[in-house]
Design a protein around this ligand. Sequence first.
Ligand code: FHN
Length: 593
Amino acid sequence: MFRRNPFARPPRALPIALLAAFCVATCGVATAGETPTQRDARMEWWRDAKFGMFIHWGLFAVPAGEWRGKPVPGFSEWLMNQGRIPVADYAKLAQDFNPVKFNADEWVGIAKAAGMKYLVITAKHHDGFAMFESAASPFNIVAATPFKHDPLKDLAAACAKQGIKLGFYYSQSQDWHHSGGAGNHWDPVPGDYDQYLEKTAVAQVRELLTKYGPVSVLWYDTPRRMTLARAQPFLALQALQPGLIFNNRLMTPDPAKDHLPGDTETPEQFIPPNGYPGKDWETCMTMNDSWGFKKDDHHWKGVETLLHNLSDISSKGGNFLLNVGPTAEGEIPGPSIERLKAMGAWLRTNGEAVYGTQAGLFPRRLPWGRTTRKALPDGGTRLFLHVWDWPQDGKLLLPGMHQKAGAGRMLAGGAVVSAMDSPGGLVVGLPGKPDDSPIHVAALDFSGPLTTDQQMITAGADGRVVLSVEDAELFGEDDGKPVVEGSGETASFRAAGGWKARYSFQTAAEGLWSVCAEVSLAAYNRLNVSAPGPFGRSIAAAIQPFGDGPESFGPVELGVIKLPAGTNSLELKSEMNEVRPIGVRRIWLTPVK
Ligand code: FHN
């Protein structure tokens, strides 16, 4: 929302477009004058969909991360920038771009079989190359390549045929090819930025919204130099596609300045620890490391990680936009297809726990998994328990819940699930593990809305916030994944390389906090503590081994950090680029008077 009203001057008649932009900017609704009920209706399909395919496909797939035989670091779609490749040299790639294996029905079929309900494809990325026939620029796949065909037309037809919603990604500000486009600092094509916006970007967005039938999503990106005034012509185009959903990247997402919230928040490559309560949001994520196809990028996330991400995101009320980077021949890479097939198989059994659900019930992290919930026609609520770690005793605690549970079943196989009250909350009795899926889902029905008396972590009577292992979301890839050891007061996690622990808690007021950790380590380490948020800074502390070996835990000072009032998250990780085993028992924050 606006902090500063850009129209605070004496009232005067505003052009309709500007008035529309003002309404959008201040009311957070994408269509000026839209009521919350109308917005809910417009967003409904998107909120229910939960899972979409991001497709980064473009001229960058030809070099695929390599230039003149040498690998270029970074994302493949950033090759021109990272490699400081002259515009004329990069444009020659178009002569070699002939994706004869492209098959739109096949791509949409892969997305559909994966359980994805919408797709967003790069119509034009920062390199300025249009993946569609464009009268606004000859630098496009029809006019400049031997392919001479518009793949977006095929995708639009395939989406309509298979019932998948179509979305376009468009880099409205960065354009390293066209005169006046932003972002090309190594071989800039002289020109006026506003002329570029008018003659290229706005013209091409108009083409995308008028030539391909129903378009459901417009995904803007890297809004450098964009202002509210410059955003108006793009906003005015929204009327061409009633119901169109656009993200928060048409302008620089900085609520302190003029800001267009768009319809959706767009956390990239991460899952916000508490979601964005009251907002629509979508985590976009690569399946390996690069958005565009990169021939030497084999760092694929496993199916378990991808399903955990989908479960975690839906438990926080968000959507998951998972990326594929097709090759220059027009094929989605095999490892992507394998993973998407596995996710589709899981969703065919457990999709009821994802599609059309709302965020889970519990304010604190559950040691065994996540939850989502769905209103039932009779006014009741179905609670879905996403069991990531199957309990050895077959029992799960729903902390702070004391409602009487009705019918309960496993989604896989339908075996009965029981629930009984206990002082700590409902104890759910699971039947035998139904299969070897990475996540097992139980559904429990309740007669009304759900309540828990579990509270978010807050400061204790001594004013300290104590964060223990059971409250830590632990991240790490493969052998770097932290492992929990022990239980109760002596519980700790042991990690070695490439790990991260994230904690969420409430603070009553803005202030400074001294951060300490109880750790055990056998070798020197540098820990980094960061707190995303308005004061977003991080502290780093070098710590030396102490005591008589890796089993002895002791307190270490990590530094002082400023936090706002309200829900906070703190992230702890090692700054070492090598394997350095460390045990972490707890973190505590003490207010600095
Ligand atoms: O620079 C782009 C990047 O290439 C990619 O398209 C991602 C996807 O969200 N967006 C930008 C980086 O934030």
